[in-house]
Ligand binder design. Sequence first.
Ligand SMILES: *Cc1c(COP(=O)(O)O)cnc(C)c1O
Ligand code: SF4
Length: 370
Amino acid sequence: MQLRVETASPWDWRWQLRNSISSVEQLAERLSLTPGEQQGAERAAAQGFPIGITPYYFGLVDPSDPSCPIRRQVVPDEAEAREVPGDLRDPLGEEAHSPAPELVQRYPDRALLLVTDQCAVYCRFCTRSRMVGAGEGPRPDQRLEPALEYLRSHPEVRDVILSGGDLLSMATSRVRRVVESVRAISSVETIRLATRVPVVLPMRIDDELLAALRPFHPLWVMTHFNHPKELTSEARAALNRLADAGFPVMNQSVLLRGVNDRAETLEALFRGLIRERARPYYLLQADPVRGTGHLRTPLDVGLGIMDQLQGRLTGIAMPKFIVDTPGGMGKVPVLPEWVVSRRAATDTAPGSTTLRTWRGVEVDYIDPPV
Ligand SMILES: *Cc1c(COP(=O)(O)O)cnc(C)c1O
Ligand code: SF4
């Protein structure tokens, strides 16, 4: 009899990936699809961005509600075929800002290394849908070597974000090798693992993975919870295992129409995250990815939500609201109008600023004399 690793349980992450829903038939078997979803799924299977949903994450879908916030994130819709003004294939101009294959650099001190095109789940709003899920899989060592060589010869890059795709969809030995080779570059100070795995495949955050990565601290985990329903007991346990193993965990949410575009929803999400020691870092305005117009909100919606949350939500749960500017010119934090007016200093009076507080009152701040 041969010994083999037991992977026959739904609590094993490999079982989850092997049993992922990836075809129209599998989807239609489990869900009574609306005509729009049926059409969207057929289009995705034929030519679009692939379908991919772990059984675990599918378990959060409400089968009786087509507007379920989990369902909207992963079940394709016919609207994906629609292009609206401003839509771009590569909204962040990543292809134009690539100093080496699989490397994106848009800021002097940090860069993004795309280590695989696979994910545990394919999110319908994905910014990188032009290349994610293309089926090539984890990048072999020799394909990443030019990017590593670039990082070695550019010591100004001190923060490397490992992304893709989702690196934690790769085998642990492969994750470890990639992290080890970036950690071997002495000028790299921090490494960030950008992953949706704690949300869609929390059982992947197991002891084996944590033991493999711990030697390479400081490693930061950038995760991607979008809705309070995603904070299941399994996901919360995964966040706690990460925190216990010494990983600072930061969350980036994408603001999505019909998913999380209400202050009450985001407040519940952000409060839930800090209870598990994960810091709400960014609330990202959805990028104008081609075929995602139905999932995006006007900028005013995000500004209104930030206005409602300011002062009412503890500061450690307040993310920055960010627009990643089309064309790859960089992220811009945007704020509601807290500054009402400013007056420059004169010969007789110091400068002053009128501020609107969260209570709605206006207060003057007087500068010190020049
Ligand atoms: C978003 C992004 C970063 C990280 O930005 P921070 O504001 O430091 O979190 C770095 N490089 C690229 C190319 C990015 O898109
Ligand atoms: S996990 Fe991230 S990279 Fe993968 S499909 Fe979702 S948003 Fe895109």
